[in-house]
Design a protein around this ligand. Structure first.
Ligand SMILES: [Zn+2]
Length: 177
């Protein structure tokens, strides 16, 4: 009679070692960032290829990625004067960015934007903002209240980031002299 055998640790499958060459693959978590700004009142804003969009008042978190020179990219978003190149440039020129965070370990900017939009009081608006190179709903997330670092950490975790240390404040340097 074959009753259920007691579980034995030795019966658990062992973790397979990574296949040869895996460590040299280029699959690395993208280097993401979040830039926050506030729109004090309902506003119309011309955003290049998107046309004129209406921004409700509130807080906006923009999710981006930079494979290289991420700090310089984030600093650029925080700078007021710059050539207009991306959708985000229209936003942060009209409504200067207030602060930023670096996010590591999440699966991608689309996933992180989606996870932010799943937070209470959040929604991806305007649609397709910053999403010129992908097919997602957009990389700008509107919040009715100011999102806190812990909110961002919850979203990063939902997007695949580790539970600790994934979200770091970006230390803005004073304007260069
Ligand atoms: Zn996307």
């Amino acid at each position: 009679m074959s009753g259920r055998a007691p579980a034995q640790p030795s019966a658990r499958p062992s973790i397979q070692p990574p296949a040869a060459g895996a460590e040299s693959s280029s699959v690395r978590p993208p280097r993401l960032y979040i830039v926050l700004t506030r729109v004090p009142r309902r506003s119309a804003l011309a955003v290049g290829s998107l046309g004129t969009v209406t921004l409700d008042r509130g807080w906006y978190a923009y999710v981006g990625s930079a494979a290289r020179a991420r700090d310089a990219r984030v600093a650029r978003h925080l700078a007021c004067e710059k050539p207009i190149r991306w959708h985000a440039d229209y936003l942060f020129t009209a409504f200067p960015a207030e602060r930023a965070w670096l996010v590591d370990g999440a699966s991608g900017e689309c996933a992180l934007a989606g996870a932010l939009a799943a937070l209470p009081g959040a929604e991806r608006l305007p649609r397709r903002f910053g999403a010129g190179d992908c097919r997602c709903s957009g990389h700008l997330v509107h919040f009715t209240r100011r999102p806190l670092r812990r909110d961002l950490a919850v979203a990063a975790l939902a997007a695949g980031a580790p539970p600790r240390g994934a979200v770091r404040s970006f230390a803005a340097r004073p304007a260069s002299s």
